[in-house]
Design a binder for this molecule. Sequence first.
Ligand code: GTP
Ligand code: MG
Length: 323
Amino acid sequence: MAEAIVDIQDLNGVGPVTANKLREAGYDSIASLAIAPIRELIDKAGLENSVALKISRAARETIQTDFITAKQLYERRKDLQRLSFASSNLDKLLGGGLETQAITEFVGEFGAGKSQICMKLSVITQLPAKDGGLEGKVLFIDTEGTFAAQRVYQMATAMQLDPEKILDGIIYSRVYNSDHQILTVDHAFKICQEEKIKLLVVDSILSHFRGEYIGRESLSERQQRLNSHLHKLLRIAQALNLAVVITNQVQANPQAFFGDPTRPAGGNILAHASTHRVMLKKASQGLRVAKIIDSPYLPESEAYFQITEKGVEDAAPKNRRDD
Ligand code: GTP
Ligand code: MG
């Protein structure tokens, strides 16, 4: 019976040799096979087209991903969990906290607070649900080398948590180029499943891609690779009911005659892949303002916060607080 199949080798079409090839390529669970694109099974595990098709189908049948009723879809959404920012302004902005099964993108200029938010969320993820957490660990993929363990230690201490325990719950990976970044995410499914990861951070998503693919002629290749990378992140979020956070820089928008002269980097590919996009800006009085710029159901609104010892906290502009 389908329920009895737990090992990839039990799948129709997977013998010991194929199982080895798959494991070496990072596919060691039925779920990871069910969500992998066929093209990837062929390229990474060196399978024949027909074998890859057969295995993919068998994996999907086993965990029944192909057709579900709208009620099942509704049930799945009921599993959706929310991660608090420990800032009621930011929680409210995101409709009650950061969602699992989705990609949330924080966009902003340098120093806007993107990395600080990622570190803060890495602390809160580990807390029990009653304190706004997801009772899980964190996988932190750092492309710029800006993750600071001592800063996380400081935030945890200020929140009266055991800082060493919090640091132990963050699995850290510094990636040095876009290939390395893609490979790390390709192998992330396994570690996310084994380690009960509830938050996966990529800070920042584009820096390597932007640095490596320069000039118009390489743009379409860059966007293709980025697209597949982002979809893999989304599949992990959905298959494992975890939250994915990515950060992104802004770039000049020469078309803007009015309003904001900047826009998120990464073009349409990134715009479509992110479930919710939040723009962060430095405001007066050392405050920061967060705005929803794109979301299927969150209203466009804004929230004030400040960067403090505890990470990020609610703030209100002075003139508002005084009235
Ligand atoms: P880039 O990665 O450069 O694009 O910027 P970012 O948006 O990731 O900015 P980041 O989150 O690194 O925010 C940096 C800002 O956070 C600094 O300008 C400081 O104002 C503030 N900050 C960083 N560490 C501390 C700290 O320990 N205490 C306080 N109060 N503020 C801090
Ligand atoms: Mg940063």
